[in-house]
Structure formats: structure tokens, C-alpha cells
Design a binder for this molecule. Sequence first.
Ligand code: ATP
Ligand code: MN
Ligand code: MN
Length: 306
Amino acid sequence: ASSPDEAPRAEKVSAPNVRLTHPDRVYWPDVGVTKQGLADYYMEVWPKIAPFIVGRPLSLLRCPGGVKDQCFFQKHGWKGMNAAIGQAPDPTDDEPVLTIDSREGLLGLVQGGVLEIHPWGSALKDLERPDMIILDLDPGDGVGWDRVIAAAHEAKARLEAAGLAAFVKTSGGKGLHVVAPLEPRAEWPEAKAFTKAIAEAMAADDPKAYVATVSKAKRRGKILIDYLRNGRGQTAVAPYSTRARPGAAVSAPLAWDELGPAIGPAYFTVANMPQRLAALDKDPWAGFRKAAKPLPEGETGGARRK
Ligand code: ATP
Ligand code: MN
Ligand code: MN
């Protein structure tokens, strides 16, 4: 009993089996992106986003009524959570963390109104040892985009001087994220000390341009080199994750030579990212995992240049 519409059977079997309720609900009213539109986006970018969100604890920004309504961070399970979202023990927490391992899981997030996906920098199989570190570059008021780009190049140079590889992505908000893949050997406190040393060295060498501490008052006209993402249980938005901000921007991995005035921090969106991926002949973050190196010994790892 095989009919033509049963032919692509394997595809059907592997097609994600998650029911979206209210697929026409508008999540980003300014650009008309719906819940179904978000699901379609994530299924398109699945091969690209999967390495960054599968098998890790996730902090989820849920906005069940869309970006104009209330949003809240969720680190633990909730009533009515889709069965495709998994949970895993965290030895330091009474409650399990949230995780996904498949496209079904990602659709489960969409079903739950998750508009931002924030993974830990370590995997479930080795929670105490980060496999990436991030310098989150946060421009204060009055800082031009050219200066944020310069900060990213500066962070890259310092990471490379310490023997690490550096990759850059837009945040989908106001800044850039410079990310270094690690072989997971050192534990969280070392990762934080290392990134703190880089942030403090940047601020010490160019105090008019950079600050390493979060105090709002000190930030005007400067770029905060936010290293505090590099602690156990801290997160940064995933590459290719959407943002719960107007425009349905996404955090977009870039090649270093793409940094320039044409591509702002929220330039890539749910609407144009699939076209970008189709048109690129090389993934700008190809070789991310292969470029992983152990965190260098010693607090500064050669990050201090002067
Ligand atoms: P932008 O470029 O606008 O700064 P961003 O994603 O870098 O965008 P930040 O405010 O710098 O935003 O925060 C960096 C990361 O810290 C976030 O991506 C998120 O993972 C985490 N974070 C920030 N605020 C919270 C919060 N209230 N609860 C949980 N995680 C948070
Ligand atoms: Mn930031
Ligand atoms: Mn920040």
C-alpha cells in the first residue's frame, strides 16, 4: 500500500513532530514575524545553530505574547513545557537545567514562546570546564560602531597572542561578541580570571576607550569589555539565536573581514539570515571547534601586551 505521497517516508519520519499552537501569533509586530515564521527560521538554520545549543544547559528568554509583551528568563522547567525539551542534573542545583538534543527540542522552544536562547559556555558532559570563552563588547552611549569594531580586533589580537583562536558575531542588539573555542581542560574560575585579565589590560592600556567594570556611570563614551559571561552558570546569546527586540534581529557569526559600517549589530535578521547562509560559500565560523586550544597557563596567558 504505497502511494506517491508516502514516498518521502524517511523525511516524514525525521520531520520534527512538535505541534505548534497559535502558529499565526505575531511575535515581532514591527516586522510581522509569527510563531510559525520563527519555527521556519530555526528549521532553516538548524545545522548552523545546533553545535552551539545542543547538549548544553540553556537559559531561555520566553515572551509568550511576543516582544511587545512580558518576557522572562527561564532556567528551569515550567508547567506545560513541551516534552521535546530535556532536563539534566546540575550537581550544584536542586533543580535540573534545561537542554535540547534535536530539532524537535528547538521547536519545543518555539512552542514555549522562547525568543532568545542563551547557552552556557560548557557542555552537559563536562559542566565544570568551559569549551568556549566570550568577550562581550558593550558600547556605552555615544560610542560609534567603528570603535566597537576596533575593540573586537583588539580582543582578537589579545586572544591570539595567548595562543587562542578568535571568532566574532553580532549580538543582534548593540554590540559584538568575540568568542574563543577551548579544549575543555581548565575550570570556570580560571576562565573568568583569564578573560578578566584581558578586559583589565585593555582598560589599562586605553582607559579613554575601555572599561572592565560594569558601573553604568563610567561607561559613557566607552566600551565595557564584559568578561562576566565567563562564570559557571553564566550565558551569552547563541549564534543564530533571535533577539526579543524590534526587527527580529539575530546574533550573526561574521568573518573578520566583514566587519565594517555596512553590517551593524542588528543587521542580520530572521528575514535575511537564510538568504545570507544560502549565498555564502564559506561558513564564517567554519573550523570553530577544530580551532579549540586549552586555556593557557597563568592568569594573563600573555594577554597583557604592555
Ligand atoms: P548587546 O549587544 O545589546 O549588549 P547582549 O546579548 O550582549 O546584547 P548583554 O546585556 O550585554 O546583552 O548581556 C550579555 C549576555 O548576558 C546576554 O546575551 C545573556 O546571555 C546574559 N544576560 C544578560 N542579562 C541577563 C539576565 N537578566 N538574565 C540572564 N542572562 C542575562
Ligand atoms: Mn553585550
Ligand atoms: Mn554585557
